[in-house]
Design a protein around this ligand. Structure first.
Ligand SMILES: [Zn+2]
Length: 266
């Protein structure tokens, strides 16, 4: 069984504020260490449950992300780092049997969700896929659905996990913290988090074949409300890209992969 693991940093245990998710601080380095341990726990759990090939994508950061600590990576997986903004989701295709997301966060505007945002906390207010507000969890689940790959596990705050469950009721959720405000949470000790992720990853692999992929019917329209009109103005109208309001651009494609590639300017 081949597993794809997308990673992010905002949903990692003990991460609650901005200094922890922007490169250049001791707090950030520490958060990366915890992310690496959480990924390793997921890899361990998945391998123990029968996974035999695991690809992990280092996904946090706008461009060329490198957050996972190379020297501490579990030897049972392969890792993709330095992914360019234009490719998303990197390397995902029909050869996979299941998708996990480790360190996930809820979509922009979710009440009480830790570090909630959609793609860019500075530029994006809301993303809608075929009219329905979605965040990065919905996006990765929908992209996997194009290849008929089920989304089976998520870790993050309670609001992120609830967002995943609303899309895929059977998804295994490792709740690593309980959001109180955007920058405040009731956090679980990291030893507890790692055990939980290991266990849920195993459960997710065991049930993967019985979970239905999350499908978004094509053609797909992705609408993005940017924070300001100049951000929408920067997006050039071309095939499949149309400005529909002062701050809103619609990107269309035969499926979510093609529509979202237009968001990225690919
Ligand atoms: Zn992130």
């Amino acid at each position: 069984m081949k597993i794809y693991i997308m990673t992010d940093l905002e949903g990692v245990g003990g991460v609650v504020n901005k200094s922890q998710v922007f490169a250049g601080s001791v707090a950030y380095e520490k958060a990366c260490e915890r992310l690496t341990l959480e990924v390793n726990a997921a890899v361990e759990g998945a391998l123990a449950a029968g996974a035999d090939e695991i690809v992990v994508v280092d996904g946090h950061g706008a461009n060329s992300a490198v957050n996972l600590i190379y020297d501490k990576l579990h030897p049972g997986a392969v890792y993709i780092q330095g992914v360019p903004w234009t490719t998303y989701p990197q390397d995902l295709d029909e050869t996979y049997d299941a998708v996990f997301q480790i360190g996930a966060h809820a979509m922009a505007g979710t009440p009480g969700a830790v570090l909630e945002h959609t793609m860019s906390s500075e530029h994006w207010v809301e993303m809608r896929i075929n009219g329905k507000p979605m965040g990065e969890i919905g996006l990765i689940a929908a992209c996997a659905g194009v290849y008929d790959v089920p989304f089976v596990m998520v870790s993050g705050c309670d609001k992120a996990c609830a967002e995943a469950r609303a899309l895929v009721p059977e998804v295994e959720c490792a709740v690593v913290k309980y959001g109180i405000t955007r920058h405040c949470a009731r956090v679980l000790p990291h030893a507890v988090v790692l055990d939980l992720i290991r266990q849920k990853a195993g459960e997710a692999v065991k049930k993967a074949r019985s979970v239905a992929p999350f499908k978004v019917e094509g053609p797909v329209a992705v609408e993005i409300d940017y924070l300001r009109n100049d951000m929408a103005d920067m997006v050039k109208e071309r095939l499949g890209v149309e400005k529909i309001g002062p701050r809103t651009v619609r990107f269309t494609g035969r499926d979510i992969i093609e529509a979202y590639a237009r968001v990225r300017g690919a």
